[in-house]
Write a protein that binds this ligand. Sequence first.
Ligand SMILES: [Zn+2]
Length: 918
Amino acid sequence: MAGLQDRTRFEPSEVEPRIVAAWLASGLHHPDPEGTPQENFSIAIPPPNVTGALHMGHALNGAIQDTLVRWHRMLGMRTKWILGTDHAGIATQRQVEKRLIAEGGATRQELGREAFVERVWAWREEHGGQIIEQFKRLGATLDYDDERFTLDDAYVRAVLKVFVDLYDKGLIYRDHYMVNWDPGSRSAISDLEVENREVEDILYSVDYPLEGSDRVLTVATVRPETMLADTAVAVNPEDERHAELVGRFCVLPLVGRRLPIIADDHVDPSFGTGALKITPGHDVNDFEIGRRHGLEEISVIGEDGRMNENAGEYAGMTVPEAQAAVVDALREGGRLRGEEPYVHSVPFSHRSGERIEPLISLQWFCRMDELARPAIEVVQRDEVHITPEQWKRVYLDWMGEIRPWCISRQLWWGHRIPAWHCAACSAITVARETPAACGTCSSDQITQETDVLDTWFSSGLLPFTVFGWPENTADLAAFYPTQLLVTGFDILFFWVARMVMLGCHFMLDVPMPDGSKRTLKDAVPFREVYIHALVRDADRKKMSKTKGNVLDPIEVIGEYGTDATRFTLAAMAAPGTDIAFNSDRTQGYRAFANKIWNAARFMFMNVDKAQQAGIWSLDDFRKSLKDGKPGATITGCQTLTLEDRWIFSRFNGVAGQVHQALAEFRFHEAANCIYDFFWGEFCDWYIELVKPRVALGDTSAGTVRTASQNLVALFEASLRLLHPFMPFITEEIWQAVYDGKPPLKSIALVVFPEADPAQADTAAETSMAILQDLIVSIRTLRADLKVEPKEKVPVQVYANGEIRTLVDQNRSAVERLAGAEKVTFVEASLAKLPGARSTARFEVRVVYEKKIDVEAERKRLTKELEAAEKELANIERQLGNLEFLSKAPAHIVEKMRLRAQELIVLIEKIRGGLNGLG
Ligand SMILES: [Zn+2]
């Protein structure tokens, strides 16, 4: 007995946990490492932070990937969706520090490094699993049996190997360099973690006396406290006002240091007086100028954001205190020429929100030019293909100007840099295992570097590290390169570019499974990158905690179900367009799920009756399947009615469109196409048309048998088509179709439907379109005439030839679906009669006694006439356009010509109708 017709609604909260458990128990998410990467489909999730909770961006990212993973699994590929989680250095450390402060116990510094790191691990044990449970709730078929964490032992070993290899090749080095110092997190952060904001400061003009002269050179600055570290004044070499000063010296007020006046192209002669104070220790551009001219680099601000010993009497002050004191001193000394408000762009830390302090600091760097070269080539050659195309340009532009990557972070949580400093000879020993002594002088006075690696250093290794690299494992052979990466544009450089660089570099040395040498084409970490958009709120505003417009996907799922939530995301995921998430749509897709549910209940109710009568049962359906399993195309019956031929033809058209759309990442098109088919054509039309044939009663047993077989076969195939988008409801109904005896454990393992040209039937589609048009016309006329819904009315039809035969053959369906008492054919045009509607193919009239409102009727006809005339004018314009004619496919042009002829007939008829009104 097929169940579920007694359950009046689809209840996600009851169904989803049960189905998730069944999927996990079935092991469908965990493939053995067999086959080749060409036969397999592997994809690595952008590793969520262990601190994380699922947000809308994850939900979109996860829904897209799971749709593709399920689709490929149903196409028969071995699919592995790799689950990694990221230790997220700064974010996690801050979370735990906040916790310590809230508890009021020891601070991080008081605890000490070892105890603190233990606290972070404990925190991860407690909270790290949350986001994984949320991905399960999303229905994501990630390989949960094979989870990788960037601080797992195996992962750590891979990170150490990469560091040591790059160091040995001279690509990793240590240098004094200008970094973005974040006083909030007390760490250097990358350019990509900096956001620029407009800020209003005061621009001070300060007079610097010219040595050996009464003249002064006026410079402008928003940071007068940094003048204590000035080492030059620069002018533009083209600036004639200052040409004779180059080579002379200024005297730095308050300090007395001699500052050489130098010429550099970087100076903008139109800013201020055209003379620029140069502070290589505290300004990014000045640092570059300083390096070009070999200037001294002086630091007056420390990593704690206070003035240091080089600041003389200002030492110990905070930066704002020092600024006030310096300004006062300049004013007293008569050196302050002016002050004015000044709005400019200032870097802030994306992490802590504090203003960035550019500082020179001793850091670890990775040289990028050599790593970037192959990573540029593979993208240029589309061996890593990026969609949408615009991001390929962005990637290449950035890679072309890539700068050294500062890979050290002043944190405790992360991969501690495997370098040991020698107290005896100052040499550095870099090694994968903790060394016993200095590699240079053999002293045992060595201490490990305290910095850890940038989090992106380890996540950049993800695509090969997750498969057990540096061992040449069975997983690497089966699943590397991965097929695809799906991610947001915000981590294109942080993560995507670095994975391409590191993959190309390190995998090139790993032989192919057949032992041959690997080329760049197979060293890439993934063959395709799909960059998706942002999820915004319903008003297209960016979701943010401060605005209070953040939608929690778990709450949305709780309210509408996972299927409806995922379908909303898919249906709005047009490439390159942000998603304005509107829960009204989710509500609509919940109604879609219920529509499908009700159609299933109708089907099962009739199947039960047929089974009780001994006419047909779900066993008969199962027996009809080749090898007991459903195929890629539908197995219908031999004898097909018009509606069967039509729906089979439509199904095959839709299957083809969905395939094509998914292959091109046009998720919205795929989703909308299935939606229109399942709701509109299948539920609203086909089920209504087939009702009398599946119901026992006057119907013959043979009719019930064939109709039931076709209905169940089509429904089953439609569920498979919808499955990647709505995994839960499709699984629930699909299991019921097999009455507890499914041929495979899950619908997720059954073949995905494909277009079957043999079932394409243009004639059936055309005929059905005419009947639908007729039925809708009658319904519209009834509504216009305000006929009570239950009242049946006589209907007259004027049509000739094939159309008349068609309507005649399907008379009972038309009568039933249009609420017609009886359809009769007339021999003369109806166009001029009240209550009539004309189309090019037929004229139809509802005979209803109620007096026609002549004015309303005139209005309606006038509107129809205008619409038809407009459409005709459009077509005629296109047909008159030679360029269009030369480019458009022949069948489109032919279709337009036919439509134009129809419109000419139609316009004539409507005019007749208008004249008839008098
Ligand atoms: Zn030494």
